[in-house]
Design a protein around this ligand. Structure first.
Ligand code: GDP
Length: 682
């Protein structure tokens, strides 16, 4: 493989070696001086970069030549010639990235903030205002109109900050036209119990495919990789474990299409197998079962299939529709068959994306690299990501400086379902966060700032409120929640089963209890993630949450209930559920009073001088007026008095003055019946 030196390449390109060295550094290609050699692949990338750069420069050239003429974006006035020059100089530095200079502000902005946004000295704005007869300090607020005027001086468009719902927009982009959509590779995740061979299987798949394809290619672990079979690609998320999977789901970025459930043939269905099944099911992801370690002596795939039935996975040979493949990650048998099955399921799923759109996708992994800064592996889900694109990833942003694929090669573009490592973000984003391409860096920065403040709140508002036992009543009444999801963790399997059975029995016509996951052991982070993603409550028996699970539960506001006695848990849920049901009310008569005399008071109404014959008359209760067995009035009391004083209640054998609310037709001999509405426990 031929390597060429920096100065040779620079000569070909017709540029300075120094320039080239700087660009190489930008691309994260390590070179020391003009004698350093550059790998062939890297050279290709660079040459192409300069070619494109040149093309780009050729168009705006005409604009550049107008330089001495006052800026002529249209026929802008010439008064601010001088200032424009400074702004132009500034712009030249950033050249390609920020042509449309737009800033967004609210109704008002301080001079200082405006100066920051325009990127000019505060004093310039103060001076400008002074000339207009406005004395302003840095912290003075100026209105939108004035800010617009100042913006124009700098050739910057000032726009009203719209409370755009970026998240909504983000998802709206998804439903748009279908015309340019093309088939995309499936994205697959491997799940299962510890030691059942998830890592080995991922390795086996990678190795078999790599040796066939890129000979000699060194694979690089970037958190995801693609393989090819029969000219069809499959993307694997190389992060076994349910946490990564659920973390993505939690943040709304459903990145995976298919879950491979690895079950060791000699071990069978284990707690984390069940956990995996429940995670995948809750996410609505297709499951393909891979019975691994088929080479082992104690291998008993039939037993595994039998056990899976209990969890709703009936394999095809047992009359169901769950695809199941026998594999050995160690002997590398069944791998191709597994891949074929993945492609089959993908085919049926008709997975599509539009490579022509601006890129968007999910952060698979991210970390801070000492030399390279924030490094993130992203999975492009729609559109095509290119070097130089400005992107927003959660609350961070940046410009894609370099992209490295799973083969460790530098690439310039990445289409749908392609995982790539990217450099150029301002900070390290969180795994599972969505990223999307923006039209320029300024927009990316602006959006990420917004995300940090408003939109984050919006997101919190938009995420369905987390269910808690204390608040079930309200949630049901406001949100029409008719299903209570629970996760049950206990010290022994017997307890898990007992609790599940008892709780399930609490289901009734109005509220269904759904135990989405049950298992033995401490409440772990994965349980909390599942609860958060599915809006469930966690019930623990004689188990405690692990410390990180506790932190996550607090953050995600998950209701975790710990009990020592099963009965207490059942009772709690039952009580909470009572609130979920529409309560039944029953009338309860508190007592009667007989009207012995009436007094008409002008402007006030009729006061009934009464005698309580039985029970009591309560001020805050309801009453009805009965004459000869006929109810004439039903409503509230306007007043209840003993002599001149207000009374809370008047008991049997006492006299009192009663006034009815907005009703004065009261006669001697009428009976006033007091009653209350009481909630009847179900
Ligand atoms: P993980 O925890 O699910 O990622 O499991 P690993 O991939 O780390 O595998 C756990 C152990 O099982 C390792 O010692 C592997 O060598 C072994 N193992 C994995 N797959 C196979 C297989 O197909 N056959 C045999 N015999 N051993 C396997």
């Amino acid at each position: 493989m031929s390597k060429r030196r920096v100065h040779e390449i620079a000569k070909d390109l017709g540029i300075d070696s120094k320039d080239l060295i700087n660009t190489l550094k930008d691309f994260d290609i390590p070179v020391k001086n003009h004698m350093s050699s550059v790998k062939e692949d890297d050279e290709k990338v660079i040459v192409e970069y300069y070619r494109e750069d040149k093309e780009k420069k050729e168009e705006p050239k005409q604009e550049e030549t107008k330089k001495d003429v006052p800026e002529t974006k249209d026929s802008k006035n010439e008064s601010s010639n001088k200032r424009q020059k400074t702004s132009k100089k500034h712009r030249k530095e950033e050249e390609t990235e920020e042509k449309e200079d737009v800033i967004y502000i609210g109704d008002e902005i301080t001079v200082k903030a405006l100066a920051e946004k325009i990127e000019c000295p505060i004093s310039e704005i103060v001076k400008y205002l002074m000339l207009k007869g406005i004395m302003a300090t840095a912290n003075q607020e100026i209105n939108f109109a004035l800010a617009t005027e100042i913006g124009l001086e700098y050739d910057i468009l000032v726009e009203k900050e719209q409370e755009k719902d970026f998240i909504e927009e983000f998802f709206a982009a998804d439903v748009e036209d279908d015309t340019d959509k093309v088939k995309r590779p499936p994205v697959v995740v491997v799940m299962g119990h510890v030691d059942h061979g998830k890592t080995s299987l991922l390795d086996a798949i990678r190795q078999t495919q790599v040796t066939e394809g890129e000979q000699g290619g060194i694979t690089q672990h970037i958190g995801a990789y693609s393989v090819e079979l029969n000219n069809e690609k499959i993307t694997f998320l190389d992060t076994p474990g349910h946490e990564a999977f659920t973390a993505m789901r939690l943040r709304g970025a459903m990145a995976t299409d298919i879950a491979i459930l690895v079950v060791a043939a000699d071990d069978g269905v284990m707690p984390q197998t069940v956990e995996a099944i429940n995670h995948a099911k809750a996410a609505g992801v297709q499951i393909i079962v891979a019975i691994n370690k088929i080479d082992k002596e104690g291998a008993n795939p039939d037993r595994v299939k039998q056990e899976l039935i209990e969890y709703g996975l009936v394999t095809e040979d047992w009359g169901g529709d769950t695809i199941c493949v026998h594999v050995s990650a160690i002997e590398k048998t069944g791998i191709d068959q597994l891949l074929e099955m993945i492609l089959l399921v993908a085919e049926l799923g008709e997975l599509k994306a539009n490579p022509k759109k601006p890129a968007r996708g999910t952060i698979v992994e991210a970390q801070l690299d000492k030399g390279r800064g924030p490094v993130a592996t992203v999975l492009v889900q729609n559109g095509t990501l290119k070097i130089g694109d400005s992107i927003l990833a959660g609350t961070t942003h940046g410009k894609v400086r370099a992209m490295i694929n799973d083969q460790g090669k530098r690439v310039r573009t990445a289409g749908p379902s392609t995982p790539v490592e990217i450099l150029g973000l301002s900070e390290v984003p969180s795994a599972g966060e969505a990223f999307y391409q923006t039209s320029n860096e300024r927009e990316a920065r602006h959006l990420s700032e917004k995300l940090q403040s408003n939109v984050r709140e919006k997101m919190i508002q938009n995420t369905p409120q987390k269910v808690t036992l204390d608040d079930l009543f309200h949630q049901i009444h406001e949100g029409e929640m008719k299903e209570l999801k629970l996760i049950v963790k206990a010290d022994v399997q017997g307890s898990v089963e007992a609790v599940k059975q008892s709780l399930m029995k609490l289901s009734n016509e109005e509220v269904i209890i759904n135990i989405i996951h049950g298992g033995v052991g401490a409440i772990n982070e994965s349980d909390v993630m599942l609860a958060s993603a599915s809006n469930a409550i966690i019930i623990g028996f004689n188990v405690r949450p692990e410390s990180n699970a506790k932190v996550t539960a607090d953050r995600e506001k998950i209701d975790v209930r710990l009990y020592r006695v099963i009965y207490n848990a059942i009772e709690d849920i039952e009580l909470a559920m009572k609130g979920m049901l529409d309560p039944i009310f029953e009338e309860k008569v508190t007592g009667h009073a007989e009207v012995r005399d009436t007094f008409k008071v002008s402007n006030v109404g009729t006061i009934a001088g009464s005698y309580v014959t039985d029970g009591k008359i309560v001020r805050n209760s309801q009453v009805r007026l009965v004459r000869d067995g006929v109810v004439l009035y039903e409503g509230a009391l306007a007043s209840l008095k003993r002599f001149k004083d207000d009374a809370k209640e008047v008991a049997t054998g006492y006299e009192c003055g009663i006034m009815l609310e907005k009703y004065n037709d009261i006669k001697t001999g009428d009976v006033i019946e007091g009653f209350v509405m009481e909630e009847i426990p179900r």
